[in-house]
Design a protein around this ligand. Structure first.
Ligand code: GDP
Ligand code: MN
Length: 390
């Protein structure tokens, strides 16, 4: 799960990690009154969306006129913001962060993440901050410092000094970075984070090190331990179909194609998507209904898949072990009948109670296309999406 920059900065404050003075605003008048309460001569208005590259997309504005803060907030809120990470349609901005502007001497990159190879929380830092870190890694890999943390002893002083030296910090700031890194490590570990990224980490004209940007991402499987973090979830940033699906215990991920998929098991769902691509089609989604799916769950899966207006055919691929083909078939009949589905539905059933399942479908008198094997089903689903006869 992702959170907004202002939420990550609030979490940083709890761990005494230095961030600029600031507060979130939902409209122009809030933005102005927040700016009036913040000391300083310049203010930053930052669009809050779950995507980076906001600076490049015009989502970060600086002004030295406090009266202008309201107008800048007004321009951003309610409008879509397109950045290199949002795709061409952008994301609608619902909130802005109002901050005291900082006088930046230098921008560094700093992150903590779980390195799956070493299975350790790893610090990544660079002297080349403020820009795309993937690009820095590709063009100038020597500008990147990595340090893996041993979970039994935690982050050590010598490692902090190594990181600080690696990005070219001097005496006083080495000490400051050591303190900051230790607090960030605790923040990361205590919250079961997967990623904590500060880009840029700024060295100010006065020598202080401040987190100017903040991005955090948490392990969904650990959220049950963190109700306070779970509360930070912003449904505006998620695909409504994905939110709907998770409420019905369905793993659904929207994709760009036109062949809808309803499958049991993540592995079979991936294989189904591969087969669709192999026959020249494009899957419209990933969907795993899981084990022991009830007829209602299958009907909900149809409803969610067909909410995507691009879907031209639906491929149902069930290899029932824990599942029961008769329940699946009842769900298909319910869906086609109650939702008045006119989109071609391709059904491949195998495994537990397959004969009962096929009989339920045949007796229903409804329109569907039967398939026997995975590739037969994929071929028919792709053809149906193209309006051809399979
Ligand atoms: P991102 O583009 O989504 O990663 O948003 P950032 O929070 O990183 O902001 C983009 C850029 O805006 C930063 O790299 C800074 O150069 C600039 N910026 C952000 N806050 C300040 C500030 O307080 N003062 C100044 N001068 N520039 C800032
Ligand atoms: Mn940034």
């Amino acid at each position: 799960m992702n959170i907004h920059e202002y939420q990550a900065k609030e979490l940083f404050r709890k761990y005494d990690v230095l961030v600029p003075e600031g507060h979130v605003a939902h409209n122009a008048s809030q933005a102005l009154s927040i700016a009036e309460q913040i000391d300083g001569e310049r203010w930053v208005v930052k669009a809050q969306i779950h995507a980076g590259g906001r600076g490049k997309g015009g989502g970060v504005k600086v002004t030295d006129q406090v009266e202008e803060v309201g107008q800048l907030a007004d321009q951003l809120i309610g409008a879509p913001l397109v950045t290199p990470q949002t795709g061409p349609n952008g994301r609608t901005v619902h909130r802005v962060l109002i901050e005291q502007a900082q006088d930046i001497a230098h921008e560094y990159y700093l992150s903590l993440l779980i390195d799956r190879a070493s299975q350790r929380i790893t610090v990544i830092a660079s002297d080349a901050g403020g820009m795309d870190i993937e690009q820095v890694a590709a063009n100038t890999p020597d500008k990147i410092v990595r340090e893996a943390i041993d979970p039994a002893i935690g982050l050590q002083d010598f490692q902090c000094r190594k990181i600080a030296n690696g990005i070219g910090l001097r005496s006083k700031q080495i000490h400051a970075l050591t303190g900051m890194l230790k607090r960030l490590y605790r923040c990361f570990r205590d919250s079961d984070a997967q990623l904590l990224e500060i880009n840029p980490l700024a060295r100010l004209d006065n020598g202080k090190l401040v987190a100017l940007d903040a991005k955090m991402n948490f392990d969904d499987n650990a959220l049950f331990r963190h109700p306070d973090i779970t509360d930070l979830r912003d449904f505006d940033e998620e695909d409504p179909k994905e939110v709907d699906a998770s409420g019905h215990d369905l793993s659904y991920i929207a994709l760009d194609g036109d062949v809808g998929c309803i499958v049991n098991g993540a592995g079979l769902a991936m294989a189904t998507m591969d087969a669709i691509s192999y026959y020249g089609g494009m899957p419209a989604n990933f969907l795993d209904v899981g084990g022991g799916a009830s007829p209602e769950k299958i009907a909900n899966a149809f409803r969610i898949v067909l909410e995507d207006p691009h879907v031209k055919s639906v491929m149902l691929n069930i290899f029932a072990g824990i599942n029961r083909c008769d329940w699946i078939a009842e769900g298909i009949v319910q869906a086609i009948r109650d939702q008045h589905i006119a989109t071609p539905v391709i059904v491949r059933l195998a495994g537990t109670n397959v004969e009962q399942g096929k009989a339920i479908l045949a007796d229903s008198g409804l329109n569907y296309i039967e398939a026997n094997k995975l590739d037969d089903a994929a071929r028919k689903a792709v053809a149906a999406a193209k309006g051809e006869n399979a």
